[in-house]
Design a protein around this ligand. Structure first.
Ligand code: PAF
Length: 292
């Protein structure tokens, strides 16, 4: 059986009495799909205890974003986790859900701290979503301080979020290992996201432009030597942006999210595409090749 804990007090009691062993943590906003479940499985494999948080964090949504309509599906999420947990492979492992009943469990009305990571947050999603990453790092720090995990599992679809949280951990010396996990995709290549369900039939088809464009950029970079490959990919990105409502389509150094330099080994191809009121993000990492 999986215990679901709905208040901070109860969680703290649970945490203080938790059996010895490693703790893996999977922070989520719920509406779990196969991407989330792959993180939970990895945590169950690697740790004695796994805690999944389900919390739609008000601080990371802008005033005109989808906080109110974000899908809240605790019953279904619980069922998906139960099904997964039944697997023999996880016998003896403990899985617990922390799903705060109200936002005030995490952010009481007098809460006034904000965690801001500099540099990495002022590009890509940080440009058109001001304050978003402060909201993410503030809640992730808060959850880390409650859960006190050894490892935390993050999906690479939100690559910038992963990098920003990694930097916060390094800067604040939190002694938590971040484990990045590969993006899960539908059969046609679209990255899994809770926001995919907002798409109408036509937009769902148009959304494929996002992974397909990233794939073409990846092929261009893989099949040419750097820096020619960079020039060709920039050209292709410029052409691709003419079709569709792109928030961004960028080729950046995967460590710094800055323009690639002579020290770059891997680039990130990152895109954000708007379809009606829905904005989807995706990325691919590519190692660059220099001519010898
Ligand atoms: O990726 C998410 O679902 C959220 O940004 C996270 C990490 C759970 C923080 O609210």
């Amino acid at each position: 059986m999986i215990e679901i804990i709905r208040t901070l007090n109860q969680f703290e009691t649970f945490r203080n009495n938790l059996r010895p062993g490693t703790i893996g943590f999977v922070p989520t906003m719920g509406n779990l799909h196969k991407g989330h479940l792959s993180l939970v499985k990895e945590s169950l494999r690697q740790n004695d205890n796994t805690i999944v948080s389900i919390f739609v964090n008000p601080k990371q949504f802008g005033p005109n974003e989808d906080f109110e309509k974000y899908p809240r599906t605790l019953g279904e999420d619980n069922k998906k986790l139960k099904d997964l947990y039944r697997d023999e492979e996880f016998r003896g492992r403990l899985l617990t859900i922390f799903a705060p009943e109200v936002p005030e469990e995490i952010f009481p009305s007098n809460f006034s701290t904000k965690i801001t990571v500099g540099d990495l947050t002022n590009k890509l999603c940080g440009i058109n979503r001001p304050g978003h990453f402060d909201g993410v790092t503030t809640v992730v720090y808060r959850l880390f301080s409650i859960v006190k995990p050894h490892k935390a599992y993050f999906g690479q679809k939100d690559y910038q979020q992963y990098l920003v949280c990694k930097k916060m951990i390094e800067d604040l010396r939190l002694n938590i290992q971040l484990v990045p996990m590969p993006t899960k995709r539908d059969e046609d290549g679209l990255a899994m996201s809770s926001r995919n369900q907002y798409l109408t039939g036509t937009d769902r088809e148009l959304a494929l432009v996002l992974p397909q464009t990233l794939e073409k950029l990846k092929e261009t970079i893989k099949s040419n030597f750097w820096p020619e490959s960079y020039g060709l990919a920039l050209e292709l990105a410029g052409e691709s942006k003419k079709e569709g409502d792109w928030d961004y389509l960028e080729i950046l150094d995967a460590k710094t999210l800055r323009e690639p330099s002579e020290r770059t080994h891997t680039v990130i191809l990152a895109g954000a595409l708007k379809l009606g009121h829905t904005r989807l993000i995706d990325n691919k990492l590519v190692e660059i090749r220099y001519a010898r």
